[in-house]
Design a binder for this molecule. Structure first.
Ligand code: BGC
Length: 346
């Protein structure tokens, strides 16, 4: 609304109202769509984020918005604080404001299918960003090789500890990525589990990816196993932080994985309490997504490199490569790429 007032005051608002109709004859519903952009000729992109809870999403937001603008588009981002109904309402709002394309980081892989339906009725294409929207006619999907993320986590932990009792502290089960991270990790652990060399004594997803929940789950795991746990695969740096708090309280120092190359995660790697993290170059996903969004908005052809089945269709996709970061390559990865500022680590 603030933007609207500003534009009205400046007398610069371009208002284009078009009537949209639903595809089926008997359910024809007409919606007024008002393009609230300063320049009607520009592609207007909506970015719908589940959350800004983790550090990475600020980077995604910044890089995505900057690239859309550089490519000549306009962009508006809304974050839903992890509430499905809010995310759907915000998507509706963006559509009503006349976005040409919607880029969505879904809170819930299944529930967000509704956003795709609503968007398509308004002739707005949907790009699934980082997390896959399941069972919907999603137009494009841009992410990382998420199974590989889980594989890297397990591989690095195995280099430090390849036998004994392991705990798996996952992400939010409502996030398709959390399922893929776990699958990737289990693929790597399976031969060791089959041989009896490793025993998975605790295996839990973490509701809403909350570090506090990861901490209390880890405490429960330690209690149930009388502290006899030799390694933990935690799905991201947030959950790793929770796990490491629980370990500290029990006086244990064992290998723990993470993901996202957050400042705190890197600090813990330097301090020796966390074994690894996974660096996913945010600039690359944001730029690719902005590119696809602008092309989709201009009805241009879009090149993808993979397809990912989401339970309904094979979604044209681009999957980027994640990188394992340990003490030995912090300098050559996240510092070199300016993903992390060295001063922030002091
Ligand atoms: C992302 C991770 C992030 C997690 C929690 C996942 O879908 O891929 O990078 O840590 O969500 O927001």
């Amino acid at each position: 609304m603030r933007k609207l007032h500003k534009q009205l005051a400046a007398g610069a608002m371009v208002l284009s109202i078009s009537l949209l109709s639903a595809c089926s004859q008997d359910t024809v519903k007409e919606t007024a769509k008002i393009k609230l952009s300063q320049d009607d000729s520009k592609v207007y992109v909506g970015f719908s984020l589940d959350t800004l809870a983790e550090e990475r999403w600020y980077k995604d937001k910044d890089a995505f918005e900057t690239t859309v603008k550089e490519l000549g588009g306009e962009v508006k981002t809304l974050a839903a604080n992890g509430v499905d109904s809010v995310q759907i309402k915000q998507a509706e709002l963006l559509i009503a404001e006349g976005v040409d394309v919607l880029v969505v980081v879904p809170h819930n892989a299944e529930v967000s299918a509704e956003i795709v339906e609503i968007a398509h009725k308004a002739d707005v294409k949907v790009i699934s960003y980082d997390r896959l929207i399941k069972n919907a006619d999603v137009d494009y999907y841009i992410s990382y090789d998420n199974k590989k993320v889980g594989q890297l986590q397990a591989q690095e932990i195995l280099k430090k500890q390849n036998k004994g009792n392991f705990a798996y502290i996952g992400g939010a089960e409502t996030d398709n990525n959390a399922i893929l991270f776990r699958e990737g990790a289990m693929d790597v652990l399976k031969p060791y589990i089959d041989k009896g060399q490793i025993k998975l004594v605790y295996d839990q997803y973490t509701a809403e990816w909350k570090p506090e929940t990861a901490e209390s789950n880890m405490k429960q795991a330690l209690k149930a196993n009388k502290n006899d746990i030799q390694a933990v695969i935690a799905a991201n740096d947030g959950t790793a932080g929770g796990v490491i708090n629980a370990l500290k309280a029990s006086g244990l120092k064992i290998p723990v994985s993470g993901q996202d190359a957050e400042v705190d995660g890197i600090k813990r790697i330097l301090a020796g309490t966390q074994t690894m993290t996974v660096y996913k170059p945010i600039q690359a996903i944001a730029e690719n997504a902005a590119n696809i969004a602008m092309k989709a908005g201009n009805q241009e052809e879009i090149e993808t490199t993979a397809t990912v089945n989401n339970g309904k269709i094979d979604v044209p996709a681009i999957l980027l490569d994640p990188v394992a970061v340990t003490k030995g390559n912090i300098e050559d990865t996240v510092i070199k790429d300016n993903f992390i500022n060295k001063d922030d680590l002091e």
